[in-house]
Design a protein around this ligand. Structure first.
Ligand code: AMP
Ligand code: MG
Length: 339
């Protein structure tokens, strides 16, 4: 069987997997306005309680669809597609939202020494994460793609509202920040409605809004990264953003090695220092981008930098040993086995 044959590559695509389970006790006092939609390559679950729940739900869904239409790098109408198509050619007029997301992405890239890099796209392409034709690329291909990874090459002109990638072949991918950013916008929208409580889950990026409908704390399950069930609980009070990055979301296995969709921009290879990490934050974009960056950087960096970013972290290292930052220790329960 030729090595090209992908017979021994098992591709598990858990695009739709919800990484975090949420529990509340007792019966809800009222029925929520709820919706489940597929957007941003994942399932988005929305549950909203309160007087304006229907209008708030409509607004939230429209925010998701609008941002998706901007960041969807396969849609020729999207800003990100146009920026990538015109890399090395010309600046492209984009929406203010695109510039806002890119500025935030660049800020995190700087603060994590490039562990998070929104120009990661060429590496995702050669590993097959863009077209699901998974393969281990040659070292030459990796070297060539690495030359195209550089968030410093994103030129933003805020007067003209344009974005330009300096070199041909460069490409932007906002998969590591867009969902969290969207949750920020949903939170802002909910603040303008009469809403008692809401829970929004976009593929492992969760917004808890105010208190649960029937209690004072949210209890959020940490999914078992190696199998079914949960491995722990995070107790959350009020409005928070909880983002998880893991090697079990989108990956393939070749010759016994697991290759996941989060790529180390320094080596050009899928990150493998840890198995999963969850970030608890007051800002959606921050938690989302940091969960990706911490996944690349590993346990020590995550634990040492949690307070610097004003976030809490809980995760599992490569031996499945749990780690928790001091600032959220009292909020976390870890089980010895999956439940
Ligand atoms: P998340 O699940 O939030 O960790 O996001 C993972 C997604 O972010 C991947 O599917 C890619 O679209 C993108 N990505 C992968 N590696 C990186 C990286 N080093 N920096 C920024 N985005 C990345
Ligand atoms: Mg992320």
């Amino acid at each position: 069987m030729s090595s090209k044959k992908i017979v021994n590559i098992i591709a598990y695509i858990f695009v739709a997997v919800i990484l975090i389970f949420v529990f509340t006790k007792g019966k809800p006092v009222e029925k929520p306005a709820s919706s489940e939609i597929y957007s941003m390559n994942t399932i988005c679950d929305l549950e909203i309680y309160g007087k304006d729940k229907e209008a708030a739900l409509q607004k939230s869904v429209s925010i998701i669809n609008t941002i998706n239409s901007i960041v969807d790098d396969f849609s020729p109408q999207s800003d990100v597609y146009k920026i990538n198509e015109n890399a090395g050619i010309r600046p492209v007029k984009v929406s203010k939202t695109t510039i806002d997301i890119l500025e935030k992405a660049i800020q995190i890239a700087k603060q994590t020494n490039g562990a998070f890099d929104p120009t990661i796209r060429p590496l995702l392409v050669i590993w097959g994460f863009k077209n699901k034709n998974y393969r281990v690329p040659t070292e030459e291909k990796i070297k060539a793609a690495l030359k195209l990874i550089s968030y410093q090459d994103i030129v933003i002109n805020k007067e003209d509202n344009t974005v330009f990638l300096k070199h041909k072949g460069e490409g932007i991918d906002l998969g590591g920040i867009a969902k969290g950013y969207t949750l920020d916008k949903i939170k802002e929208a909910l603040d303008n409605f009469n809403i008692k409580s809401a829970l929004i889950n976009m593929g492992g990026n969760v917004l808890t809004y105010k208190n649960p409908p029937n209690g004072s704390v949210w209890r959020i399950g940490i999914k078992n990264p190696r199998g079914s069930g949960i491995r722990g609980i995070i107790t959350v009070k009020g409005t928070k953003f909880i983002s998880t990055s893991g090697d079990y979301e989108r990956y393939f296995i070749k010759n016994g090695v697991r290759y996941c969709h989060i790529i180390n921009p320094k080596t050009g290879k899928p990150a493998r220092k840890i198995i999963s990490i969850t970030v608890v934050s007051d800002k959606g974009y921050l938690g989302d981008a940091l969960s990706t960056a911490f996944f690349v950087k590993g346990k020590e960096f995550a634990l040492q930098n949690a307070t610097r970013f004003n976030v809490g972290v809980v995760g599992f290292d490569d031996k499945m040993t749990p780690f928790i930052s001091n600032n959220i220790k009292e909020l976390i329960t870890i089980y010895n086995e999956a439940r």
